[in-house]
Design a protein around this ligand. Structure first.
Ligand code: TYD
Length: 211
């Protein structure tokens, strides 16, 4: 079983992955937990480049191909081998992040990005994608609180304002893309407590396991 988590910053993706992994372990499974960018050795290097992007002159298409390279390597070296061994894989972000951030966010054609993803994913599409949905103002507040607690100071007003507009576009993109793929996506309201949100996540995973 391959489950991916998507959503804007501050939706609690990593918290939900931790809760789901614990729940699966209690049922005798050994889930593999991973993330994008950065789920492989090459991906670790690409993540460093991608997340320091603000200070470089990297172009939109170059950024896109780095995310796709990260994904192709991630699938080939970690995800597919784990799935072939019968393991459950939980990924914090996957192919839909490219469609939404580079497509709905940066203006590239989502259908073209889906075709590129097909090459990178090489058949290992998720069985289930949980979209954690939240009002960007709430998500951003949570992300800022987390960053400040971690010693990262990103609270300038200008940054926040730009971020908010961008995140509104990303949120709407996710919802539009999820509506186009109702078989694989489940949209979960991420506005509640971690346990409340996990109740919904668990329900969708249990339905997949039973199905
Ligand atoms: P990360 O710190 O993992 O973000 P978050 O805490 O929001 O999950 O950083 C990943 C960033 O990369 C995030 O802003 C989304 C972006 N991204 C893309 O633009 N395209 C992609 O294909 C992927 C996987 C991520």
């Amino acid at each position: 079983m391959f489950v991916t988590f998507e959503g804007i910053e501050g939706t609690g993706k990593s918290t939900q992955i931790t809760l789901l992994a614990d729940w699966l372990r209690a049922r005798g499974q050994e889930p593999v937990i991973t993330r994008e960018p950065g789920g492989s050795r090459l991906g670790g290097e690409l993540r460093r480049i991608l997340l320091s992007m603000e200070s470089t002159d990297i172009t939109g298409p170059a950024e896109l191909f780095l995310y796709l390279a990260d994904r192709a390597q991630h699938v080939a070296t970690l995800i597919k081998p784990a799935l072939d061994q019968g393991k459950t894989v939980l990924s914090d972000r996957f192919a839909d992040s490219t469609v939404v951030y580079q497509g709905y966010g940066r203006g590239l054609d989502p259908k073209l990005l889906h075709a590129f993803n097909d090459v990178a994913v090489a058949g290992s599409w998720p069985d289930l994608t949980i979209l954690l949905d939240i009002d960007p103002e709430v998500g951003l507040r949570r992300a800022l609180a987390r960053n400040l607690a971690g010693g990262t100071h990103r609270s300038e007003g200008r940054f926040e304002a730009e971020h908010l507009e961008f995140h509104h576009r990303i949120r709407e993109g996710y919802l539009a893309w999820a509506a186009l793929h109702p078989g694989r996506f489940r949209v979960v309201d991420a506005g509640g407590s971690p346990d409340e949100v996990f109740g919904a996540v668990r329900g969708h995973v249990a339905a997949l396991l039973e199905g």
